[in-house]
Design a protein around this ligand. Structure first.
Ligand code: SAH
Ligand code: F3S
Length: 482
């Protein structure tokens, strides 16, 4: 999920509308996945009610919060560097400043954080944000405060997030929290706990509210959205214990997509992330049924080798994955498919790597996010497998598939040349202030001259040119969706 966050948004401090009368200043920044950015909006909402307004100036902050990521070692190092920066600001300019660590690193390191990083006053895990007012009271009295209890219920469904740094057009809506999949390389099940789903009514209310505020596109968020299951509350793994009535009236992801699409037929709907073992054809058919559900599936596979998939505890084979891709393309021929890959997982041989390459050749993904394996303490692979692929080999394999993906992206992007695509205008193009930037339903970025159009318009764009990742075109008029 982390890739839907623009690289240059990582670590950006967040602004929101000021609430009259609020005196204390909060500086909050987020790293990692979309869920973290979404969680920071929940935290901002809670703290706005505690007398805080946000600031982008560290030197004047009463409270600094950093929402952290543990997915790879590098992500944790980035946060450690930020803590050093806060330390310097506190020492030189702002001695009264308090510092809190939120999110996955808080959960993973717990009290160790308070011992290791003297600057930290507050440690709050991803399920404990509602406890922030109490924890802050402790900090105000000069004590360190910590809550890293993972919950069976907490979904923050009743909190209306404060939209931070918003373009007013696209928004995230959380639908599940946690993950039960236990991929052997992944720290998420340890930092975000067991999987639970948010009540459909509260999701639909949020979607309606966003539409009424002018938003035109939402992304339903979860570590594993296809395993969404509402039966009145509780953990996904306890569904077996539900009553017959609860089972009969339960709502799965396909049902939820249908409900969202019908609630706001002009709202574009995206979702992330799908796990191949949980994505059902029912979901794909629901996508095909509704014009407003975008034709894009982010379908991480991690490896093309059956042996490695098994070691990773990914519960499908490469053949099953390829069949799933074929079925998706049969039902939705223009569906974009993107990937996550890991190279250098323990014991990965050259032959395993060749299997990853041949899988990529077979699928020809529209785009993807590729990583070198990073051992995470506490995970099954971290405990039981030696990180035995040399760094040089990891680097070489990564570079190879990054180049291959660029080639495939180029082939896929070129297929749109001379066609007309629907684009939702999101922002100014990074490269030119006379151009707009938006995305097609397939999530392909498209840029074109602004003319008299504005952010939030749905326009039809004739594609004239392209790079490997971007379509370049001209508007031919408004789309029917306006
Ligand atoms: N289901 C989640 C996955 C979260 S992690 C989601 O919503 O996206 C995102 C990606 O990071 C994974 O798909 C995987 O490719 C990569 N990743 C996770 N753990 C990793 C590790 N230990 N080393 C390298 N990459 C990792
Ligand atoms: Fe991680 Fe696998 Fe869940 S990658 S978030 S354990 S689906």
């Amino acid at each position: 999920m982390e890739k839907i966050i623009d690289e240059n948004k990582q670590g950006q401090s967040l602004t929101l509308n000021k609430k009259e009368g609020n005196k204390r200043k909060l500086f909050i920044e987020s790293y990692g996945c979309a869920m973290n950015f979404s969680d920071s909006e929940i935290v901002a909402s809670i703290l706005t009610n505690q007398g805080f307004n946000t600031t982008q100036n560290l030197e004047e902050a009463d409270l600094v919060l950093v929402n952290t990521c543990s997915i790879r070692d590098k992500a944790e190092q980035t946060v450690r560097k930020r803590l050093e920066k806060y330390n310097a600001v506190k020492r030189d300019h702002n001695p009264k400043m308090k510092v809190g660590v939120l999110g996955c690193m808080a959960e993973r390191l717990k009290t160790k954080f308070l011992e290791e990083e003297k600057i930290v006053d507050l440690v709050v895990g991803p399920d404990a944000y509602k406890d922030l007012p109490n924890l802050l009271a402790e900090v105000d009295e000069g004590r360190d405060a910590i809550n890293v209890i993972l919950s069976k219920e907490e979904t923050y469904g009743d909190i209306s997030p404060v939209r931070l740094n918003t373009n007013g057009v696209t928004a995230f809506v959380s639908i599940t929290r946690g993950c039960d999949n236990m991929c052997t390389f992944c720290v998420v099940p340890f930092t975000r706990g067991r999987e639970r789903s948010r009540a459909p009514q509260s999701i639909i209310e949020e979607v309606n509210d966003l539409w009424n505020k002018g938003y035109k596109e939402i992304t339903l968020l979860g570590q594993n959205v296809d395993s969404y299951l509402w039966y009145g509350g509780g953990l996904k793994k306890d569904f077996d214990k539900a009553t017959d009535m609860q089972k009969a009236t339960s709502v799965n992801f396909s049902n939820l997509l249908d409900l969202c699409a019908k609630a706001q037929p002009k709202m574009r709907i995206r979702f992330s992330t799908s796990n191949p073992q949980d994505l059902t054809l029912g979901v794909v058919e629901t996508m095909a049924k509704h014009q407003n559900i975008c034709n894009h599936i982010h379908l991480p596979v991690q490896s093309g080798s059956n042996r490695i998939l098994k070691e990773m505890n990914r519960l499908h084979t490469r053949e099953e994955y390829m069949t799933l891709i074929d079925k998706i393309r049969k039902i939705i021929p223009d569906c974009a498919i993107s990937q996550d890959m890991i190279v250098g997982f323990p014991t990965e041989t050259e032959e395993d790597f060749q299997d990853t390459i041949s899988l990529m050749e077979y699928v020809k993904y529209n785009f993807g996010y590729m990583y070198k394996y990073s051992e995470r303490p506490g995970t099954m692979a971290g405990r039981n497998m030696e990180d035995d692929v040399p760094e040089e080999t990891k680097k070489r394999r990564l570079q190879y598939i990054v180049d291959l993906q660029r080639l495939h992206s180029e082939i896929k992007t070129k297929e749109w040349l001379d066609k007309t695509v629907e684009v939702l205008i999101e922002k100014e193009s990074k490269k030119s202030d006379t151009q707009w930037s938006g995305r097609t339903p397939q999530s392909i970025v498209c840029v074109f001259p602004k003319e008299n159009y504005k952010v939030g318009d749905f326009v039809n764009v004739k594609v004239k040119n392209c790079t490997s990742a971007t379509l370049i075109g001209e508007v031919v008029g408004y789309s029917d969706n306006n």
